[in-house]
Write a protein that binds this ligand. Structure first.
Ligand code: GTP
Ligand code: SPV
Ligand code: MN
Length: 603
């Protein structure tokens, strides 16, 4: 056997045999110039950022400390759902919402793509931990990548480097996550600012708990601790072990009487999780603190309550629409620096700008790296442009954010972006009905994924692109979680919609900070203090039970936002029928029963 010598390969700061073997195999397959074991230190971060600046990938911001502007290749701006695969051993463990391929077939294809794909580049080995390092069994992973942008982003988004590697010992379990931008460099070939490949694969092997990603540098496609690990792989693991991995924010709500409730909420991509998680209540005496803005892992505690932990360490938030009026706490978080901005506009004085920040400056450099003026007739920032910023900088971070025990959830919100039909808030009748609400959740597509925007589709529990196994089994798992629990201690489930519109397309509900009124109603329902009206779709606020004091909005709009319209809901039934037909034989009978009961109630 000829020993391949790649500089750095033998510098491993670990004796973990499985990790060493895997790194060696990947290095031999992808043939990088050198291997770097990422330690997560300040010096290393400075080195990586300097390399990205020299390559033209990063532009340092003059107005924000240790922060960088970055523009992707215009073709690599969002998740690629069509190119995302769940390669379960048995095809029945997958679908109908996933793309499937036999693991061996996928590995054969991707192995050929990976062969020599890191030529001329550095291969980085990033040990990371999703969730608190002090967890009883820390959720470990290792991402191998040839992208410095990924290293810089993973440093913000995960607990990584030496502190994560310290948890590996000799033989701890970990998720291997292989990533390449798929852009080898020939000797003498100049690099581009954003290397990527037209061919893309985002592949999960759920049984093996492994991830292979190729061709993209964008967030969810490339930062493999995020959607690939913490949702697709984790959801499969959660099904096997009796917990939940969900696309949910986690917030702490404190009432004027100092009662604390924790709320988790699932909204599809670009539908308001980050904004709700950091909300500044407009109602007197209520306080919101943030625990997470995108992902929640939830399991039952010894006291029978459902506890949630955020596996992430940073926020990867939608930039457009974010400003001091809509989300002041996100603005304060990024003001503190140490942040990356991808596909937003760059101001002439070295700051960032995006649509929604008020009056645009007279001149900008757009996300396409072109001169931009208010007359350009196109957006300065991509609609899915993002800020990547450390959670620790959030001024309203809840003190218990890093507690491995998690926080006990009082309420789960499901919500989507619907111009019609779905009222501002509806309370489910019970757990099973709440699961039905989640399973039939619908939303207009957004720029977070490649494809048409504004098309209504079913997005069950906001997990459509993220369920790592068969959606019917996933629904059954949700039902079973409720059955195995003490009903008294289960979170109450609500369905919300901040995005209902009037005839002239304006939003009927002012949203953002005003959403605190809905949080308050939900908590008062749980505490038995607020009244509700029963409708065919669930309980809606009784007149006067929703606190509208001081709300500056036309009464007619609020009424229209709150309205349950039986006619609109009857029109919804065939769409639910079609969705359930698509799920097929694995649809839990209890959800079929819920559907029949809804039909009955609607008459
Ligand atoms: P992902 O990070 O993609 O999972 O998205 P997210 O669910 O965290 O979405 P985010 O909070 O970033 O919001 C996406 C867009 O919706 C932004 O442009 C927000 O300004 C807008 N938005 C958020 N909350 C509200 C609201 O209450 N009302 C209205 N009208 N828009 C909102
Ligand atoms: C989403 O699309 O839901 C996101 C951004 O939160 S990404 O990390 O790209 O998935
Ligand atoms: Mn998300």
């Amino acid at each position: 056997m000829t020993a391949v010598t790649i500089p750095g390969l033998d510098q491993a700061p670990t004796t973990h045999a499985r990790l060493l073997t895997w790194v060696q195999e990947v290095a031999e397959l992808t043939t990088p110039n050198e291997v770097v074991w990422v330690d997560g230190s300040e010096e290393e971060s400075a080195r990586i950022n300097a390399k990205l600046v020299a390559a033209g990938t990063f532009v340092p911001l003059k107005k924000k400390p240790n922060s960088f502007w970055c523009a992707s290749d215009p073709s690599d701006v969002a998740r690629v759902e069509e190119r995302t695969f769940i390669c379960s051993v048995d095809p029945a463990d997958c679908g109908p919402t996933n793309n499937w391929m036999q693991p061996a077939e996928m590995k054969a294809i991707m192995t050929e793509l990976y062969r020599g794909c890191m030529r001329g580049r550095t291969m980085y080995v990033i040990p990371f931990c999703m969730g608190p390092l002090e967890a009883e069994s820390p959720m470990l992973g290792v991402e191998i990548t040839d992208s410095e942008y990924v290293v810089a982003s993973m440093r913000i988004m995960t607990r990584m480097g030496a502190k994560a590697l310290a948890k590996f010992g000799e033989d701890a379990d970990f998720v291997p996550a292989l990533h390449s931008v798929g852009a080898p460099l020939e000797p003498g070939q100049a690099d581009v600012a954003w290397p990527c490949n037209e061919t893309k694969y985002i592949t999960q092997f759920p049984e093996e708990r492994a991830i292979w990603s190729f061709g993209s540098g964008y967030g969810g496609n490339a930062l493999l601790g995020k959607k690939c690990y913490s949702l697709r792989i984790a959801s499969a693991k959660a099904r096997d072990e009796g917990w939940l991995a969900e696309h949910m924010l986690i917030l702490k709500l404190t009432s004027p009487e100092n009662k604390v409730h924790y709320i988790a909420a699932a909204f599809p991509s670009a539908c308001g999780k980050t904004n709700l998680a950091m909300l500044e209540p407009t109602i007197e005496g209520w306080k919101v603190e943030t625990l997470g803005d995108d992902i929640a892992w939830m399991r039952f505690g010894e006291d029978g309550r459902l506890y949630a932990v955020n596996p992430e360490f940073g926020f990867f938030g939608v930039a457009p629409g974010t400003d001091y009026h809509t989300n002041p706490n996100a603005m304060r978080t990024i003001e503190r620096g140490n942040s990356l901005f991808t596909n937003v506009a760059l101001t002439d004085d070295g700051d960032i700008w995006w649509e929604g920040m008020g009056e645009p400056p007279a001149h900008l450099t757009s996300w396409k790296k072109q001169d931009w003026t208010p007359d350009s007739g196109e957006l300065s920032s991509h609609p899915n442009s993002r800020y990547c910023t450390p959670m620790s900088q959030c001024p309203i971070l809840a003190p218990e954010w890093d507690d491995p025990k998690g926080v006990p959830i009082s309420a789960i919100f499901f919500g989507g972006r619907r111009a019609t039909t779905v009222p501002l808030v509806t309370e489910s009748r019970d757990w099973q009905h709440g699961v039905f609400m989640g399973a039939t959740l619908s939303s207009e597509t957004t720029a977070a994924a490649v494809g048409q925007v504004g098309v209504v589709r079913r997005d069950p529990m906001a997990m459509l692109p993220f369920i790592g196994y068969h959606a019917g089994d996933y629904f059954q798992h949700w039902i079973d979680m409720g059955k195995n629990a003490n009903a008294e201690k289960l979170p109450k489930i609500f369905y919300v919609n901040w995005f209902r519109r009037g005839e002239d397309k304006r939003f009927l509900w002012p949203g953002f900070g005003e959403n605190s009124r809905v949080l308050k109603w939900a908590i008062e329902r749980i505490e038995g203090k607020a009244s509700a009206q029963e409708t065919a779709i669930g309980h809606v606020p009784a007149p006067e039970s929703l606190d509208l004091s001081g709300l500056d909005a036309p009464v007619a709009d609020i009424e229209a936002a709150l309205e349950f319209d039986a006619q609109e809901w009857r029109a919804e039934l065939p769409l639910i029928e079609e969705w359930f037909t698509k799920i097929g034989d694995k649809l839990p009978t209890s959800l079929r029963d819920e559907f029949e009961a809804l039909k009955q109630r609607l008459g």
